[in-house]
Each structure stands twice: as C-alpha cells, then as structure tokens.
Design a binder for this molecule. Structure first.
Ligand code: MG
Length: 163
C-alpha cells in the first residue's frame, strides 16, 4: 500500500451580516466569515490537505474565486467533488485531523455535529475525522477577532501493492 500525507491552511475575515458556517454546520454567532463561497474555513483547509496529499494542487486551482459558478458555493459540495476526484484516481482517505483557530464563538459544543456532517462526505467514520478548536490567547489576527483560521492534515492510501 502507498500512503500520501497533505496539509491545508485557510483564513477568512469576520464580517457582519453573514451566516457562520463551519464544518458544514451553521453556528449561531453575531459575525460570519467573508468569502466568495460560503467561506467555510474548516472545509477549505480540509480540501487543501486532501488535494495536497494527492498531488493535485489546491482549491484555488479547482474552484477559482473569480469564477461566478462558485459564488456563494456550498463548500460541502466542493468537498464532495474533491473526494470524487481522489476516488477516481484510486485514493482512499485514511483519516483527517483539523484545528479551527478563533477567539469566539466557542466551537467545542458544535464539533460532534461537524464530524457527523463531514464523515459521510469523506467516506470515513466519525473517529477518522477529528476536529479541534483553539484560541490564540487574544494574540494576533485571530486573537483580535479579525478573522478565523483552520489547519488540516490528511492521510491517503491506495489499494495497490507497493513495488
Ligand atoms: Mg477559503
């Protein structure tokens, strides 16, 4: 079996009058994230980790933010497209681990719902998609509530015997 590892990172700015969508879940909050799509910073980081592991570039390549097709796009639909691309090239996801970084809101209560939502899209179990949330102790752009960030790492395998 062959294995490939990939990492992803993304950031979006907090703004008023946008829903907050993280890990495919709408979370009640006074602010949302600004972006061409639904700005789901967690799903964007996961997609980049998957594409990186497969050596298939990044989400900017597959879903250009100048393309009106992706305006307001549901990032979970884009994630499903990425998972299909991987499957079509023989890759299976082993596991994904991700961290969302923001000062507010508190995300821990929403993590189980995010895992429940993302596991079937990724074709893995809830135990194989881990999501963590942290603050930066009021330091930096996340600490000043200017934006949220997310990091993800993904492991892929194929079912071919290694040579
Ligand atoms: Mg993004």
């Amino acid at each position: 079996m062959n294995f490939r590892i990939g990492q992803g990172f993304d950031t979006h700015q907090w703004v008023a009058q946008r829903p907050l969508i993280l890990g495919g879940i709408t979370i009640p909050h006074t602010l949302g994230l600004l972006g061409h799509s639904d700005a789901d910073v967690l799903v964007h980081a996961i997609m980049d980790a998957l594409l990186g592991a497969a050596g298939m570039g990044d989400i900017g390549l597959h879903f250009p933010d100048r393309d009106p097709t992706f305006k307001g796009a549901d990032s979970c639909q884009l994630l499903s497209h990425v998972v299909t691309l991987l499957a079509n090239t023989g890759w299976k996801i082993v596991n994904v681990d991700a961290t969302v970084i923001c000062e507010r809101p508190r995300l821990a209560p929403h993590v189980p719902a995010m895992r429940e939502k993302l596991a079937p899209l990724l074709g893995i179990t809830r135990q194989e998609i881990n999501i963590k949330a942290t603050t930066t102790e009021q330091l930096g752009f996340t600490g000043r509530n200017e934006g949220a960030a997310a990091m993800a790492i993904a492991l892929l395998t194929d079912n071919r015997p290694s040579l």
